[in-house]
Each structure stands twice: as structure tokens, then as C-alpha cells.
Design a protein around this ligand. Structure first.
Ligand SMILES: Nc1nc2c(ncn2[C@@H]2O[C@H](COP(=O)(O)OP(=O)(O)OP(=O)(O)O)[C@@H](O)[C@H]2O)c(=O)[nH]1
Length: 144
């Protein structure tokens, strides 16, 4: 597994490259900075655009949970947004290590694996359907 921390908004090209390459995404905002929370939806829309037609696999993380006194985004708001984005939500502190950082990454990996398995099954099913159709065609030709 390789984890990449995307560059800030100043390097759009590199960020886009990372997004194309990535299989699972952690969108992190700062609970003490409402502006960073407001950037989550536009970022998710940008990701959707780049990964189209695939569904983006992501989790939402509110960081800097150690700075409770400076909080601008409530836990409920984070949870609500995660529900809207249909993804898991965690609050943590990269500084103190508090919160569910490990669980967040485990959940993301599990979700990437789950989706890969589902996609693999769909692909296998569609190739089986093609083989069945070809055999049916041959049988119809032979009998006519
Ligand atoms: N108190 C506290 N500070 C944090 C935490 N996480 C990061 N910081 C601080 O926030 C500042 C920015 O952290 P970065 O890791 O550079 O943030 P970034 O979003 O990757 O920034 P870019 O490189 O511009 O994308 C640094 O001073 C960090 O020490 C945290 O959980 N709690």
C-alpha cells in the first residue's frame, strides 16, 4: 500500500495525477477552520469528475481534534456531511495521535477491497454472459 499526501492547491496538475492514480481517498478538513470544511464538497465533486464513471472510495476525517477550544465545525456537521457523501467519518488528531486514525485507514482499505471484489464479480459475470451468447448463436446456426 502506498499513501500519498497531495500537495496544496498550488500544484493542480500533480494533484490531478494523484487522484487518477489513487484507489481510495481520505478527505481531511481542519475542525478549527470552517473554510477547510467548506472545501470538502467541491473537492469531492472534483474527484468524481476525474474518476468518472467509477464511484470514488473515500472517508472523511476532521483533524485537529486536540484543539477543542478552537473548534469551528461540530462533530454532528461532520457526521451529516459524511452521510450525504455516503462515506465513513472520523475525528482525530494527527498531533496527539488521538482518535481513530488507524481505524480510518483500515476502513478505507476494507472498502477498496470490497469494491474491487464486487467489480471483479461483475466483470466475470459479464464475460460468462458473452460466452453463453456465443454458444447459443453457434447452436442456433447449427440447427438451422
Ligand atoms: N494542533 C494540531 N496541529 C496540527 C494537527 N495536524 C496538523 N497540524 C499542524 O497544522 C499545520 C499544517 O499541517 P500540514 O500537515 O502541513 O497541513 P497540510 O494540509 O498537509 O498542508 P499542505 O502541505 O499545504 O497541503 C502544521 O503546523 C501542523 O503541525 C493536529 O492534529 N493538531
Amino acid at each position: 500500500m502506498e499513501i500519498l499526501d497531495t500537495a496544496g492547491p498550488e500544484d493542480l496538475l500533480q494533484r490531478e495525477g494523484h487522484m487518477r492514480w489513487g484507489e481510495g481517498f481520505v478527505i481531511v478538513y481542519d475542525i478549527t477552520d470552517r473554510g477547510s470544511f467548506d472545501e470538502v464538497v467541491p473537492l469531492k465533486n472534483f474527484l468524481d469528475e476525474i474518476k468518472k464513471p467509477k464511484n470514488v472510495t473515500l472517508i472523511l476525517v476532521g483533524n485537529k481534534a486536540d484543539l477543542e477550544h478552537a473548534r469551528q465545525v461540530s462533530t454532528e456537521e461532520g457526521e451529516k456531511l459524511a452521510t450525504e457523501l455516503a462515506c465513513a467519518f472520523y475525528e482525530c488528531s494527527a498531533c496527539t495521535g488521538d482518535g481513530s486514525i488507524h481505524e480510518a485507514f483500515h476502513e478505507l482499505c476494507r472498502e477498496v477491497r470490497r469494491r474491487k471484489m464486487v467489480q471483479g464479480k461483475t466483470r466475470r459475470r459479464s464475460s460468462t454472459t458473452h460466452v453463453k451468447q456465443a454458444i447459443n448463436k453457434m447452436l442456433t446456426k447449427m440447427s438451422s
